[in-house]
Ligand binder design. Structure first.
Ligand SMILES: [Cu+2]
Length: 121
């Protein structure tokens, strides 16, 4: 799968050299960080992504997906997830997948963060 994606990207790159895949530029909470309770996460990408083909989810350490609402910025470079409730203390995994508008390649990633405090209410 990864090889296939790479092959597609290389093929597209060879056809039009100016169009490369985007990257995850910034994550909030930061990759591997420990934070107080939050009710949203934000991923900032270097290029526009296709909203309908891009997704982000948060999974707790019991493997359960946290429910929330996906949000996109105007320029389609920021993908957020507002959770229905503040996260309780524990370890979480963020799993994202995006489709770059410009080059059409899919990219996915995962990272972890930790919540230490109890929810504010
Ligand atoms: Cu690409």
């Amino acid at each position: 799968m990864v090889r296939y994606i790479l092959a597609v990207c290389l093929l597209i790159l060879s056809v039009s050299p100016s169009r490369a895949c985007g990257i995850l530029e910034e994550a909030s909470p930061k990759v591997g960080s420990t934070v107080s309770s939050i009710d949203y996460i934000t991923l900032t990408f270097s290029q526009a992504i296709d909203a309908s083909a891009s997704n982000v989810k948060i999974i707790n350490d019991q493997g359960k997906e946290i429910t929330g609402t996906k949000l996109m910025s105007d320029k389609n470079t920021v993908l957020s997830l507002r959770t229905d409730h503040f996260l309780s203390s524990g370890r979480y995994k963020v799993s994202w997948n995006v489709l770059w508008t410009e080059c059409g390649c899919p990219t996915q990633g995962k990272y972890k963060f930790t919540v230490t405090d109890k929810p504010p209410h």
